[in-house]
Design a protein around this ligand. Sequence first.
Ligand code: ZN
Length: 309
Amino acid sequence: MEFLPDLTFSVWVAAAMGFCIGSFLNVVAWRLPKVLERRWLEEASHHLSNAPLITEFAGLSAAQSTSTATQAERVFSALESQPPFGLAQPASHCPQCKTRLRWRDNIPVLGWLALRGRCAHCGAKIPVRYLAVELGTGVLFGLIAWRFNEQPIALAWCAFASVLLAASLIDWDTTLLPDDLTYPLLWGGLLLAWLGWTIPLDSALLGAMGGYLALWSIYWIFKLATGKEGMGYGDFKLLAALGAWLGPQMLLPIVLGASAIGAVAGLTMKFSGALREGVFVPFGPFLAGGGLVVMLAGAPRVMEWMGWA
Ligand SMILES: [Zn+2]
């Protein structure tokens, strides 16, 4: 059997790849919310520059609407003249002193360790989370390669894990789950099922629809009963995506596990004072964690845990 040396090799390659992707995920988690906020400001100022619309719907006088529209136009053209801001530009720099990073500071894991978690120029602290995300992604990729026996499909599951990690970090920081992450994850899951690489296509479709509807129903029951919003539409889309990758049988275990661990985490944070007033613990990271556990454990084992097998 030749596969053993190959297997070891691919686990290490996957881990090394994970360190690099983890470094990129840190960038995505930091920049994507800013890219979105800039886009929303641009859209908002564009809509606000329409004076007749303001008069029609907000009932302001023609003079007030025109003055609002003029201000919005000013914001819009000021935004247009700003340098581009995206995932790749401007180049990586220290948020404190704006000094550009040297190439060697950008090396995953080693860069942070060599700098001992401080900016080489101004000494500002680089959060240990950067290192943790790089290491965690590497370990996760290694586990995925091991779990899927060096097969190319492991790459697809690494992509699955990467999107979940980025979405979790952003949801944790901002309580936003960007469509730019949840939708590609959903379409990707359906595509792989259609190609016959993951689960049967009908399972993927049922999983996607069931995932969305399950949380949508809970959301509305909770909202009608208590008047509060327990989660957001991003959570429905995230569970739909998980259903497309993992199938409808895995939805209940994911939601139950995520709710239990999320509740424990929320209570712990509340009583330790880590949770600020009016801020809630996002559900997305726990759903994503559930999806990763189900992926690594495999459906048969999860069915056994649930007593279904
Ligand atoms: Zn600095």
